[in-house]
Design a protein around this ligand. Structure first.
Ligand SMILES: [Zn+2]
Ligand SMILES: [Zn+2]
Length: 279
């Protein structure tokens, strides 16, 4: 997992659902786990969010053998983005190095929020069982992070209750933008998202709703697939990936959305568990 060919950038989706896991017969194709994306940049392993999909990624890393070194870029700390961390097997292994990046909370807020999620009465007190070397890296949204040598990570604030961060990851001549949990203003393209997505090879974007559902969900902090298509068009994105699917959306509904979106913008995909994109 961590010894990809130098130069290669690879995305693998382990959880694509927003808000709540949605297992069941109707979600077997797209999957029911919440947000977690593996992003390999040459020898570097990044993780975009750690929803329940992080369990599968952790198991795969352990099965791959060798010490795990991972930089987790958190969009924010809502449960659907962090619930998988206590089930991420490498966290219980000596030799694991896990750096957790977050910019949506004030000083000390990131570690405090995660600690709370790992502590009684929400969980048994798990932190003392963790064996990984944990580091928390807080940053100001809008800054450029030096996560690893040769890797450039640009950050920007997104519109979401409690705050959220979008990322643009550049490795050699490839760009992946990740902007989930963000609400657009009707008729307006968020300059922050445009900045992250400009000429990106891949844009992973919050497409929780359809246009017809949007008005009744104002203030919830999410966007639509129709808006995603507009954004991708203006930003000159090569490939749009719809993400953070509504938990109530079954495989048939998602396939239909994917088809409609791809009719407007060829190549558009609805993220599904296990999907890989190589750049
Ligand atoms: Zn979410
Ligand atoms: Zn959220």
């Amino acid at each position: 997992m961590q010894d990809g060919t130098a130069g290669a950038m690879r995305l693998r989706f382990w959880g694509v659902r927003g808000s709540l896991p949605s297992p069941g017969a109707g979600t077997q194709i797209f999957g029911g786990n919440t947000c977690c994306v593996e992003l390999c940049c040459g020898p570097h392993l990044l993780m975009l969010d750690a929803g329940t999909g992080a369990r599968g990624l952790g198991d795969a890393l352990v099965a791959g053998g060798g010490p795990v070194s991972v930089d987790l870029l958190l969009s924010h700390s809502h449960l659907d983005h962090i619930a998988g961390l206590p089930f991420f097997a490498p966290i219980y292994q000596n030799g694991t190095r896990l750096r957790i990046w977050g910019g949506h909370l004030g000083r000390g807020g990131l570690e405090a929020a995660l600690d709370r999620s790992w502590s009684a009465p929400l969980m048994p007190d798990l932190r003392r069982m963790f064996r990984a070397e944990l580091r928390f890296e807080e940053f100001r949204q809008g800054s450029v992070l030096q996560v690893q040598p040769g890797l450039r990570v640009t950050t920007a604030a997104l519109r979401h209750p409690g705050g959220c961060t979008g990322y643009r990851v550049e490795w050699q001549d490839k760009v992946v933008a990740y902007a989930t949990d963000t609400e657009h203003k009707p008729g307006d393209l968020d300059p922050n998202v445009l900045h992250l997505a400009r000429d990106a090879d891949v844009l992973v974007y919050d497409a929780s709703y359809e246009e017809a559902e949007f008005a009744s969900h104002l203030g919830w902090g999410h966007s639509t697939w129709q808006h995603a298509v507009r954004l991708a068009e203006v930003a000159g994105v090569r490939r749009l990936v719809l993400f953070h699917h509504e938990p109530g959306r079954d495989d048939m509904a998602l396939a239909k959305i994917e088809q409609q979106a791809a009719a407007r913008r060829p190549g558009t995909l609805a993220a599904r568990e296990g999907m890989m994109i190589e750049l």
